[in-house]
Ligand binder design. Structure first.
Ligand SMILES: Nc1nc2c(c(=O)[nH]1)N[C@H]1C(S)=C(S)[C@@H](COP(=O)(O)O)O[C@H]1N2
Ligand SMILES: [Mo]
Length: 324
């Protein structure tokens, strides 16, 4: 990744953000978002105005929208990533994701909706005030982080396109751009690209389910799924699909990438559940990042990642061992 100091900013203003976000891409994404009207016209653009405007989360936020647990430092959240389109090492996305062109960007919404279409990112943001959600993210690999996301509920977008009564599931697809995503060139045998994910319609409509366009007050870095990604905090991290280009509402349960890759290890639901182990490792505890060799920071994993009060009713009567 190109690290250079833009000539117009004094060194004292060089933040980790301006280092990990390539400046020109950041400004392009910022301009795109600024055009949306969803954020204040002064939110982005000038040197001192590169933060997103959003409703901040805090202790007074609705239950589940905020946690007072320590937030993962930005450096860890942007340099310890899973984004296999850029490679399988945790450091690969930070190193290679700058190659993804995130502007212009549009998302096609199709299937069982009254208003299908291809919507530019600015259209998607229209009428959706951005809000912050401080969520735990629990990876199936038994590490976790706490991240201040910025976005809007998926439900508000779905309501706008008017799902029909046959819309029982929502399928999501990541961009397929092998020329920009080296993992889509090198991992062709192992992973059927593009990455796909899915939710049941009630999960998709749940107020905790967020479409995120930013984190830590700024637009999303590419390695975290720019320009728009899903965040479903009560499910294992792989459900939170990045860099979305298609959302399809449908009657049938859609295929999901990790279920296609290893069906006995990764189910469609993938709700965080300390009582259902992965066939190859326990899910009872997790390493809260950052940790170290001498302080792994291991903590118990909570049912539904701590969001049981909000989401357990979605699964009432379901055998969660069978529907893992
Ligand atoms: N398209 C795509 N989305 C993806 C992944 C991926 O490889 N490709 N990895 C998933 C996994 S396993 C996790 S844990 C989260 C990580 O999100 P983060 O890097 O923003 O922390 O993204 C998820 N979304
Ligand atoms: Mo993950």
């Amino acid at each position: 990744m190109l690290i250079r100091r833009p000539p117009d900013i004094p060194a004292s203003e060089i933040t980790p953000e301006s280092i990990y976000l390539r400046r020109r891409e950041f400004m392009a994404a910022a301009a795109l978002l600024a055009g949306a009207g969803a954020i204040s016209p002064h939110a982005l653009g000038a040197e001192e105005q590169k933060t997103l405007a959003y409703g901040k989360a805090g202790p007074e936020s609705p239950a589940g929208f905020y946690t007072k647990e320590a937030q993962t430092p930005l450096q860890d959240a942007t340099h310890y990533n899973n984004f296999y389109e850029f490679g399988t090492d945790k450091g690969d996305p930070a190193e290679y994701a700058a190659a993804l062109k995130t502007e212009p960007w549009s998302v096609t919404i199709e299937g069982e909706v009254e208003k299908p279409g291809t919507y530019g990112l600015e259209d998607l943001l229209k009428g959706n005030a951005l809000e912050e959600r401080v969520y735990r993210l629990r990876c199936v690999e038994a590490w976790s982080m706490v991240i201040p996301w910025i976005g809007f509920p998926l439900a508000s977008l779905l309501q706008r396109v008017r799902p029909t009564s046959r819309a029982k599931y929502v399928a999501f697809t990541t961009i397929h751009a092998p020329a920009q995503m080296r993992g889509q060139r090198s991992l062709t045998g192992a992973i059927p690209w593009p990455y796909v994910e899915g939710l049941r319609i009630d999960e998709a409509m749940h107020p905790l389910t967020l479409l995120s366009v930013g984190m830590y007050g700024k637009v999303l870095p590419n390695q975290n799924g720019a320009p728009i990604r899903l965040v479903v905090p009560w499910k294992y991290g792989f459900k939170s699909i990045k860099s979305i280009v298609k959302i399809r509402l449908q009657e049938k349960q859609p295929p999901t990438s990790w279920n296609l890759i290893a069906p006995t290890e990764y189910g469609f639901y993938s709700n965080v559940n300390p009582q259902v182990d992965h066939p190859r490792w326990s899910q009872k505890t997790e390493r809260r990042l950052p940790g170290s060799l001498f302080n792994p920071n291991r903590i118990p994993t909570q049912m539904f990642n701590g969001y049981a009060d909000q989401v357990a009713s979605l699964y009432a009567g379901m055998d969660l061992h069978r529907y893992f």
